[in-house]
Design a protein around this ligand. Structure first.
Ligand code: 5AD
Length: 324
């Protein structure tokens, strides 16, 4: 049966998000994914090299007001050792993520990027907001991609949740990254207090406006040591719907099955590969740091980089997809 062309403006997106039966849209998103991205699933390594953060994001366990968080910084040697292990295990991309930690100056990050690039891996940075000149310098050191989620496209919700930043500056950073030639990733959370289907439609349209190359869309998960501890977690179903609509709106982008979705949904991480996603990230952060990078509560198994990658490859093949 042929489907009517979908209306993907704000009103159309709201209507689609609220459909009683979303399965035809999932099927369509899966077809668009296959046509534009093929059947591969890109597995990307992520090393969380510092959980120091100067910001106060009210949903995040790493916000600087959380004095119960045990803070750590990996040494440059530890970071490089981890990068080498990831490369040896077959990873083609290393995502370097941290809180906004001024200890890691552009200079220091630049030196790390130059070393890591020698492994042949692509380098994605996810270290928060920086001035244009810093982004430009890191690009010149070899950084390929940058992840900086806009978190919510509603300026009021944004202001309420981020005492130390504005949506305007967030979007400015994303536009800077794009103009510098980074493959640019944004994204947002589903289930933030005050969010409506209209907000989610705006989130999707903002991805389009920025011209994102990637989008991480994940459910909000309450962290007990944050001001949002009493708020309900975001809906997995609504998260999957947003991922599917992102695929329809932006057929060529890379869409990760976000870690938070795996944590909250168990099996839904498998499922998400059938509604538009084509990327997955795996932590390669060494013990004992891994468990301390607690953005939201989660339990992690002991790190074994090659074994975890092999396991994930098998799972992806079992779904009829090709791990890369
Ligand atoms: N639940 C889900 N995702 C969260 N993030 C931060 N805190 C939470 C939470 N409590 C996400 C944000 C951020 C990314 C690193 O983690 O989207 O960009």
């Amino acid at each position: 049966m042929r489907m009517e062309p979908l209306n993907l403006d704000r009103k159309g997106l709201v209507k689609l998000l609220a459909l009683p039966d979303f399965s035809p849209i999932y099927r369509k998103a899966d077809q668009v994914r296959a046509a534009h991205k093929g059947d591969t699933v890109q597995i990307r390594a992520i090393v969380e090299f510092s959980n120091y953060c100067r910001r106060q994001c009210r949903y995040c366990g790493l916000n600087c007001k959380n004095t119960t968080a045990e803070r750590y910084r990996m040494t440059p040697e530890e970071i490089l050792a981890c990068a080498n292990m990831a490369a040896e295990a077959g990873y083609r991309t290393l995502v370097m993520q941290s809180g906004e930690d001024p200890y890691f100056t552009p200079q220091l990050l630049g030196e790390l990027i130059r070393e890591i690039k020698k492994t042949g891996m692509a380098v994605t940075l996810s270290c928060g907001e920086m001035p244009y000149a810093a982004y430009a310098y890191l690009k010149s050191c070899g950084a390929d991609r940058y992840l900086l989620k806009h978190e919510t496209a509603d300026p009021e919700i944004y202001a309420r949740l981020h005492p130390c930043g504005t949506l305007e500056n967030r979007v400015r950073c994303l536009c800077d990254l794009k103009s510098l030639g980074y493959e640019t990733g944004s994204g947002f959370m589903i289930g933030l207090p005050g969010q409506t289907l209209e907000t989610i439609a705006d989130d999707l349209l903002l991805l389009e406006k920025i011209g994102c190359d990637m989008a991480g869309i994940g459910p909000f998960i309450p962290h007990p040591q944050t001001p949002l501890k009493g708020c309900p977690a975001g809906s997995i179903e609504l998260t999957k719907r947003a991922v599917a609509l992102a695929r329809l709106l932006l057929p060529d982008i890379n869409l990760p099955a976000t870690t938070a979705l795996g944590v909250a949904g168990g099996e839904s991480e498998n499922d998400i590969f059938s509604c538009g996603a084509n990327v997955i990230m795996r932590k390669v952060t060494p013990d004992p740091y891994k468990q301390k990078y607690e953005i939201y509560p989660a339990h992690f198994e002991k790190t074994d980089i090659p074994a975890e990658r092999a396991f994930l490859e098998r799972r992806i093949r079992a779904l009829g997809r090709i791990p890369l």
